[in-house]
Structure formats: C-alpha cells, structure tokens
Design a protein around this ligand. Sequence first.
Ligand SMILES: Cc1cc2nc3c(=O)[nH]c(=O)nc-3n(C[C@H](O)[C@H](O)[C@H](O)COP(=O)(O)OP(=O)(O)OC[C@H]3O[C@@H](n4cnc5c(N)ncnc54)[C@H](O)[C@@H]3O)c2cc1C
Length: 492
Amino acid sequence: MTTHTSILIIGAGFAGLGMGIQLRRAGREDFLIIERASDVGGTWRDNHYPGVACDVPSHLYSFSYLTNPNWSRVFSPGGEILDYMRGCAKDEGLLPKIHFETDMLECRWDAGAGQWVVNTSKGVYTAPILITGTGHLADSRLPDVQGLDSFTGASFHSAGWDHSIDLKGKRIGVVGSGASAIQVVPEMQKLASELVVFQRSAPYMIPRADRAYTEGEKRLFQRDPETVDALRSEIFWGGEFNFAQRRNIPRYLNEAKKMALGHLDTQVADPTLKAKLTPDYEIGCKRLLISNTYYPALCAENTVLEASALARVEGSKAYGASGEAYDLDVLIFATGFEAVRPPFAKRIFGTEGISLDDHWDKGMQAHDSIAVHGYPNLFIINGPNTGLGHNSIVYIIEAQVDYILGALDHAETRGIAVMEARKDAEDAYMDRLHERSQGTVWLAGGCKSWYVDDRSGRLTLVWPDFAHSFRDENGTFHPGDYVTQPERIAAE
Ligand SMILES: Cc1cc2nc3c(=O)[nH]c(=O)nc-3n(C[C@H](O)[C@H](O)[C@H](O)COP(=O)(O)OP(=O)(O)OC[C@H]3O[C@@H](n4cnc5c(N)ncnc54)[C@H](O)[C@@H]3O)c2cc1C
C-alpha cells in the first residue's frame, strides 16, 4: 500500500515535532511524520540513563512558542523534557499525524513524478516535499574494541540503558568522558563497588549553576509569561557571550580557562589525579562540560580514572591502552553518536541516484545548512553545520522551520513544484562557512573532535558563529539560490 502526503517529515524529536506544529499552525494539514520508535521525544526518549539532564537551561531549551512555567530545575532531568515533548505533541494535535514504528529505509527522488518515494518498514510513502528531522545524536556509536564479544559481563550504551541490570555493588567500567559520561559517572560511583572510568582525553569542565525553582518562582512564571520571555532572553544572550571563546579571542579564552582550571583545582586535591584531568588542548575545542559532581565522583575511594582509552577486552578483563587491566562486571559505553556520517544519509538518493552519504564523501554540507544540490525538495533540519556548543539547538531548529515555511509559501504563491539548491550557491555558502571557521578553537584548538570531519578537515557539524547570526542568515528562505520547476512542467 502506498500512502501519499504533500509533506513527509522523518523523526519525532524536537525537529520533527517543531516542524509539524508550525505546519498545523500555518493551516497546512496535508503532512505526515514517520518515526521509527513507538513514542515521540528523540534524544529524550532514548537517553534515560541515571543522571540524564539537559545542559542548556530548560527555559531556553524548549519551544519559544510553548514555554513551560513549571520546569522543576534550571537544568531539568531528561524524563521531564520527554514529558514536555509528549505534552507538546498531544496539545498541538500532532499525534494522529505520526506513524510510529515506521523506519525510513530508503528515499528516492522520482523526477518524472516530482516527488520522493520513501520505503519504510511499514510500506511506501510518496511526497513532493521531504523533511528530515533525524537528529545529530540519534544513532549510538560503539568504539571498535578488540575482544569486546568475549566480555563475560553486561554491556550497553548510555543511549540504550539496560535498567534490568542491578548495578548495586558491581564492578563497573564507564568508557568515555564526554557530556553523557560526566552525568553517568557520579550516579555509578554511588552504586558500584569499584568504578573505572576510561578517559581518552580530559574534558574542560565548569560549575553547573543548577538549582530547583521555588513554587513562588513557578507561580510567577505562570502568572506573568513575560518573566519567562525575559529569562529566556537572559539565558540566550549569556550563551552568545560565551561564544566569544570559540572565536579564539585570547581574553575570553583565558577567562574561560581560568574558570575551568579553577574548578578542577577546587574540586581535586590529589596532584596525580589533577594532572590526568588537565586537558592538553585549547578550551572550547571540544564541548565545554558542566558538572559539580563529576570530579568529586572521581576523587571517591571506589573510583579509578584510567587515563587511556579502552583498548581490549578478554573475558572479564578490560585493558586500557596503557596496558592496565581491570576486572569488571559491567561495561557502559558513553561513547557518543554517529554524528559525522549520519546513517540517514546512506538512505537518501537524489537526482543522480547517488546516496547523500556518497555525495558527502568529503563531509556533510548543505546550502543554508538545509538543502543539497541534486536532492530537490529535500530539507534537512539539524543537519550539516547546525550544531552549537554554546546555545540551544531548539533555537536553530525553529529558525530552520521558518526557512521551510517560507519555501513552502514561496512555492505555493509562485506555482512552483520543484526547488533545488543551486550548486554555485551551495559552494559559495560552504566557502563562506569554511572561511569563517578558520581560526576558531574547533579547528585551531589542537584537539580531535566530532565537530570536524577527518576526510576534509572541515567543520561539518557545528555552526561556526553566534546562534543569532544563524537565524539572521538562515531563518528566511532565499528563493534566488534555487532553481525551480513550475507545477505544469513537473506534471507533464
Ligand atoms: C544526552 C544528551 C543531552 C543533550 N542535551 C542538550 C542540551 O542540553 N541542549 C541542546 O541544545 N542539545 C542537547 N542535546 C542535543 C539533542 O540531540 C538536540 O538538542 C535535539 O534533541 C535534537 O532534536 P532532533 O529532533 O533534531 O533529533 P533527535 O532528538 O535525535 O530525534 C530524531 C528522531 O528521528 C528518528 N529517526 C532517526 N532515523 C530515523 C529513520 N530512519 N526512520 C524514522 N525515524 C528516524 C529517531 O528515532 C528520533 O526520534 C543533547 C543530546 C544528548 C544525547
């Protein structure tokens, strides 16, 4: 059976939901969302590990048009964010539009019909407009560890936590020292008889200004929504101020570094541990982390920091690259996601019949960070060069949704059936981004990070500028950058 719709959205995380909500609000009802899982929420459905929470304050890390006066804390726990997203989907009437447990397997552009033909685990969909909201951090990445199959204990990824395993009193290994690991480790330290943290490279960390909101504050937010707007604005511009560090401006870099190293100094007394925890690259090159509990967990008597990657497993023994061996009952991989080469790209085939993944053999790129030459009527939300290290991704998603709404309005008023980003426009956009990213700490900071694609040495994940300049530049559709086909030609 083939299901036809005017607009097909893939994914029901912040991107897919935000797109669907705004389509409905704009009076466009002829769309569907397909989601491979059985619930909405994306990141916040899949990441339910102990300690999971956002690291951009909740009042900003939420839709600007669906503010929530009831956030319990500055950085709310993951479950609360998931509930918020479920509430948004329900209240905005989106649930009937979402086809759950429907995995997009392959999308092919049918030039004759001027539409995408989308094969899924639940049948075929056709749609002139295809919008992906499949996320940067939706597919777990496991490192290639020799002998991992021989591990006699339990093992799982932080984004697929196995709650059936009783971790109390177990010898636990956590692999990784990134954003998820630093939330997982303090929780595991409370439970484990012995905890080993495998750290390939030390992160910079600053204090987490977290606290619960009082009932009085929540009542104020409920009574006077403008206070929420004011708070959002304060958080947003605070984040923008912090972006200055990434610009490699020495004064700001030094300030941030002083704060991070001061935090380490205050929380870790042991000079050997402190040395292991001192990063050897410029601050901001990798994600700057926030935690008050990670360093204390590493200082606890039951914790060992193995300052090398997990290199090999043999039965119950896990070996660091240093050669040190540890007997473990559980291995938890907080090793991140397939962000640089997102799996969805292997499944989308454009005008030349080439997959986006092959097309992106030098790294992801898209015109205005949303459209790709050779892939007409495809809009990618939260795709190439949209990531932020310093501010809310929901802000970027909202800007991209506005761009798409503009494109749809333009096509409708001009009788356009097919829109394709011009190659020269896309190349010029990418050259501008490349130029802009020169000298940033991501490229010049002396670290290896997933922000940069090894194949080209280019920054393919992150938007190399302030968040507000993303909206200024990419929050509005640019019709002149597209070649178009009118409806009648496409129909011939
Ligand atoms: C632990 C964690 C904490 C984070 N904290 C923050 C934070 O504080 N602030 C911030 O700005 N960002 C944070 N992020 C980044 C976060 O991923 C984004 O903010 C945001 O949730 C992305 O939304 P999305 O809709 O683009 O992607 P996702 O939330 O990843 O949703 C993508 C959806 O697409 C679906 N999908 C994927 N492939 C297919 C397919 N083939 N067929 C059908 N469906 C498919 C997935 O199942 C998923 O539901 C965090 C990420 C993680 C992992």
